[in-house]
Design a protein around this ligand. Structure first.
Ligand code: IPE
Ligand code: IPE
Ligand code: MG
Length: 253
């Protein structure tokens, strides 16, 4: 049985392959990043038109800090350019914009642009668009646990508690995780939120990823059967957890 596309709410994308795309064309890696950042808005637009609730994009990982500083600086500049270029469109389309990750090393002006856009869109009810920048999932989990311990000394942490202490508290689970560029790994992205995500790896390098391919991938989700541990198709992880609890209590009685 296929899935109703209405169950597809949160899509996360690892936008990978910029450097190789440029290399294949005898250009510098930086050129690949410039072309790659140009296509982000078309993918956001498609997500919005498709009716997704949330789109989370991996733009710069904690590990990407180990790249040559010239490349890192270009990625910073491209984020600033994106913010300036897309601000009006984001507001017009009622997109709720967030950046998660450690942005403390970004130039002051860029940090201010992020703050302003987050503040101006925080009550928006459209697409939840999250940029992961200076982001690593292990750090997110550790930061969340440490924050919890500080606020609740001596208390044991639960799943709900951790959900409340992630960078975006209660972020909805990822339904579909897409990686472009051909590699089949998660690279420290949303390890908690993507625990039960469907995975889709495409060989297409990010700069040549199109709205059309994106839509095809979203539609392909309709062919997946999610089971969340059960023996048959299941609508949600919550349904599965409730069933498990029922089974356990029946076993005890
Ligand atoms: C993704 O493209 C962008 C970032 C990680 C910032 P890459 O720069 O990783 O491109 P490849 O994987 O080397 O081709
Ligand atoms: C993952 O891509 C991070 C982003 C796309 C921002 P990488 O290119 O950094 O991943 P690895 O190093 O190949 O795993
Ligand atoms: Mg890469």
């Amino acid at each position: 049985m296929g899935l109703d596309l209405q169950n597809l709410k949160h899509v996360a994308i690892i936008m990978d392959g910029n450097g190789r795309w440029a290399g294949l064309r005898s250009h510098s890696r930086v050129w690949g990043h410039i072309r790659g950042s140009d296509i982000v808005s078309s993918i956001v637009e498609e997500a919005d038109e498709f009716g997704l609730k949330a789109l989370t994009l991996y733009a710069f990982s904690t590990e990407n800090w180990s790249r040559p500083l010239t490349e890192v600086k270009v990625l910073f500049k491209l984020l600033k350019k994106f913010l300036n270029r897309e601000r009006e469109r984001i507001l017009k389309n009622k997109i709720k914009f967030k950046v998660i990750g450690d942005v403390s090393e970004l130039p002051l002006k860029t940090k201010q642009l992020i703050k302003d856009l987050e503040r101006d869109t925080r009550n928006m009810e459209g697409l939840e668009l999250t940029f992961c920048f200076g982001y690593g999932a292990r750090k997110e989990i550790i930061d969340g646990v440490n924050q919890f311990i500080k606020q609740n000394p001596g208390k044991e942490i639960t799943e709900n508690d951790l959900n409340d202490h992630l960078y975006i508290p209660k972020m909805r689970d990822v339904d579909l995780l897409i990686r472009t560029g051909g590699d089949q790994r998660i690279s420290n992205f949303l390890l908690w939120q993507a625990a039960y995500a469907e995975l889709y790896f495409t060989p297409t390098k990010w700069p040549e990823f199109t709205r059309l391919e994106f839509r095809e991938i979203l539609e392909d989700f309709g062919n997946r059967e999610r089971r969340f541990g059960q023996v048959r198709a299941s609508q949600s992880l919550m349904e599965s957890i409730e069933q498990a609890q029922k089974n356990k209590s029946q076993l005890r009685n």
